[in-house]
Design a protein around this ligand. Structure first.
Ligand SMILES: [Zn+2]
Length: 190
């Protein structure tokens, strides 16, 4: 059994991984980030699942993180180094809490759009953590799995995936046009 600090967004991947870790018998504490995201309603779903599996959570307020600009000057859904920032905060708290592992749920479908979801990033992050003198390992157990495969794992655990949020926009309902909505719809419909 490990003591794990788990980054939980309230989306499909990190929610399924939460159930996975709890089922494996690990001692899990979730970190939720309020970072100025338009889709802050995802945190409501995150808390719901923490209650469902009976784990504690901490909500961290970060100063508003900014999205990167596309070449045409419009905003992007990519928040530069978002996972690097969140993982760094998690490592700090892990050391304080005596946790040996930090988990986050990037998947194989993420790696094209998000550099901080790639294996090279996880490897470099772990090297940086080691060089910073922290005895904590960052693990991304779903990095080789597609979102479709993660949906299947979640269904196997009986996770109610309707109680998750993917849309990047801040509407009351999903927009079904942003990259997160499109990926979600594809993964859920097959
Ligand atoms: Zn959307």
């Amino acid at each position: 059994m490990k003591t794990i600090i788990h980054l939980l967004s309230g989306g499909i991947d990190s929610t399924v991984l939460l159930y996975d870790l709890v089922r494996q018998g690990h001692n899990v504490h979730c970190l939720l980030f309020n970072y100025g995201q338009k889709h802050a309603q995802e945190l409501t779903f995150a808390k719901h699942h923490c209650r469902e599996v009976d784990v504690l959570w901490t909500t961290i307020d970060l100063p508003n993180l900014r999205g990167s600009k596309l070449t045409d000057g419009s905003g992007s859904f990519v928040v530069p180094n978002r996972n690097g920032i969140m993982l760094s905060v998690a490592v700090n708290l892990a050391v304080a809490a005596g946790a040996d592992t930090v988990t986050y749920a990037c998947n194989a479908d993420d790696k094209e759009m998000f550099p901080d979801c790639r294996p090279a990033f996880v490897e470099a992050m772990n090297q940086a953590i080691k060089d910073a003198g922290c005895d904590v390992e960052v693990c991304a157990p779903y990095i080789g799995k597609t979102k479709r495969e993660i949906v299947e794992i979640g269904k196997g655990f009986g996770v109610n995936l309707n109680q998750t949020w993917s849309c990047y926009r801040g509407g009351a309902n999903p927009c079904w046009t942003c990259p997160a909505c499109v990926t979600r719809a594809t993964a859920m419909s097959q």
